[in-house]
Design a protein around this ligand. Structure first.
Ligand code: SAH
Length: 367
C-alpha cells in the first residue's frame, strides 16, 4: 500500500469516513505525498496532456483575446494579467510572446500574477518565464490581488479543485463518504448527512433514485473572488475546462495515470484526480454579482479567434511532417470528437468591459 493510502486508512480508523473533498485534498495536495507535490503530470510522458502542451497556438490565440480585452478596457496604464493553476507555465509563455509581438502597449501595461500552490510547478513556471522576470510574480494566495483591472485565464484549473458528492436515497440527497473495508480497501459509503435542498434547482427533485450530485464550494469560492474583483475593478476572465452546460449530475470523479483512466481509490497521490465542471451554476452566480457570462465550446472559441488561419501561417514553408503535426494539433484542440466539444470556455466580464462577441453570437454551441 502506498504511504498516502496508509495515511488515509489511518485517518478513517481514527475519525470515521471522509468527505469526498477531504479525500481529494489529501490525494492532490498532501504536503508529503500529494499528487501535485510530487508527480509530473503534464506532457506526453506525464499522466495527461493539456491544450497549451498540445500546441503553442492555444496560448497564442488566448493572447489575442487578452489584447482585445485590453482595448475594451480602454488601454489602462497597468492591469493584472493573472493565471490560476499555470502548470508548466506554457500557456503564459505563449501568451506573453504573442502580446509582446502584437501590442507593445498591452505588454507594457501587464503585471503578470501566477497563482500556484505547488512549489515544484512554480519552479518550472519560473524557468519557462525567465525572460520576463521583472514582469511576473507568484502567489499561493489568490486573495491578495492588486486593485487594478483584471484579465484572468485558468485552463484545467477548476476540475482539479475538490468536490463533495451526494446520492439520492428515498428522495433525500445523502452525502457520499469514503471508508475502508475489512481488507483496508477504500470505497464509498452513504453518510447520514442530508443536503438541504432549499438552494437546489427544482429540476434535481425529479432525478431518479441513486443519482449522484456533485457540488464544489471551493470552485464557487474561487469564481466568486474573481466576480467581486471584476465588478469592483473591471475586466474579463476565461475558465476553460471539461464539463457540461446542461443539468449537471452523475458521478464524474475520475483518476488518470499515464493517459489511462484508473480506479480512483487504487493509488491516491500517484494518479491525478479531477471531475467535470458544472458551468451552469457558475453562470448563475455570475448573474447574481451583475457580471456578464457566456459559455461556448473550446472548438468554437479557438476557431472563432482564428485557429485555422494561425495554423496555415504556422505551417507555411514548413516540411510536410511539420504541417501534418500542425493539422493533427488543430484537430485535437478543436474537433468535436476530441477536445472541441467536451471542453468549454466560460467568459466573465463586467458590463462596461463587455463580453467578447464570440460568447454572445450564438447559443448553438451549448450541449
Ligand atoms: N493550466 C495548466 C495546468 C492544469 S493542472 C495546463 O493547462 O497545463 C492544475 C493546476 O492547478 C496545477 O498547476 C496545480 O498545481 C494547480 N492548483 C491546483 N489546486 C490549486 C489551488 N488551490 N490554488 C492554486 N493552484 C492550484
Amino acid at each position: 500500500m502506498n504511504d498516502l493510502k496508509t495515511k488515509i486508512c489511518e485517518l478513517i480508523a481514527l475519525q470515521g469516513p471522509l468527505r469526498v473533498s477531504t479525500f481529494m485534498t489529501l490525494a492532490l495536495s498532501d504536503e508529503q505525498n500529494g499528487y501535485y507535490k510530487n508527480e509530473m503530470p503534464f506532457g506526453k510522458k506525464g499522466d495527461f496532456i493539456t491544450a497549451p502542451e498540445i500546441s503553442q497556438m492555444f496560448g497564442e490565440l488566448i493572447g489575442i483575446w487578452v489584447i482585445e480585452t485590453f482595448y475594451k478596457l480602454k488601454k489602462p496604464a497597468s492591469f493584472t494579467l493573472c493565471e490560476l493553476g499555470p502548470g508548466r507555465g506554457t500557456l503564459m509563455q505563449d501568451l506573453l510572446r504573442t502580446i509582446k509581438k502584437l501590442s507593445a502597449d498591452c505588454f507594457q501595461a501587464a503585471n503578470v500574477l501566477m497563482v500556484e500552490t505547488s512549489d515544484k510547478l512554480a519552479a518550472l513556471q519560473k524557468q519557462a518565464l525567465s525572460s520576463y522576470r521583472d514582469k511576473v510574480r507568484w502567489l499561493k494566495d489568490f486573495d491578495k490581488l492588486p486593485d487594478a483591472p483584471l484579465i484572468l485565464v485558468a485552463n484545467e484549473f477548476l476540475d482539479a479543485l475538490p468536490i463533495d458528492q451526494f446520492i439520492k436515497i428515498d428522495g433525500d440527497w445523502h452525502e457520499r463518504l469514503i471508508t475502508t473495508d475489512d481488507n483496508d480497501e477504500l470505497g464509498f459509503t452513504v453518510g447520514n448527512n442530508v443536503l438541504d435542498q432549499t438552494g437546489l434547482p427544482k429540476k434535481y427533485r425529479d432525478l431518479p433514485e441513486g443519482s449522484v450530485l456533485e457540488l464544489s464550494p471551493l470552485r464557487l469560492e474561487f469564481v466568486e473572488k474573481v466576480l467581486k474583483h471584476l465588478s469592483r475593478h473591471h475586466g474579463s476572465a476565461l475558465f476553460i475546462d471539461y464539463g457540461s452546460t446542461g443539468l449537471p449530475y452523475g458521478d464524474t470523479l475520475q483518476a488518470v495515470s499515464r493517459h489511462e483512466f484508473k480506479d480512483i481509490f487504487a493509488n491516491p497521490g500517484k494518479d491525478d484526480l479531477t471531475s467535470h465542471v458544472d458551468f451552469s451554476s457558475l453562470e448563475v452566480i455570475a448573474k447574481r454579482h451583475g457580471i456578464l457570462s457566456g459559455v461556448i465550446t473550446q472548438g468554437a472559441f479557438l476557431t472563432g479567434l482564428g485557429l485555422i488561419e494561425r495554423a496555415g501561417r504556422l505551417g507555411a514553408d514548413k516540411s510536410h511532417d511539420v504541417q501534418e503535426k500542425i493539422r493533427l494539433d488543430v484537430e485535437r484542440l478543436a474537433a468535436p470528437e476530441e477536445m472541441g466539444t467536451l471542453f468549454k470556455v466560460l467568459a466573465l466580464s463586467d458590463e462596461e468591459t463587455g463580453i467578447h462577441p464570440l460568447f454572445t453570437a450564438e447559443q448553438n454551441y451549448r450541449d
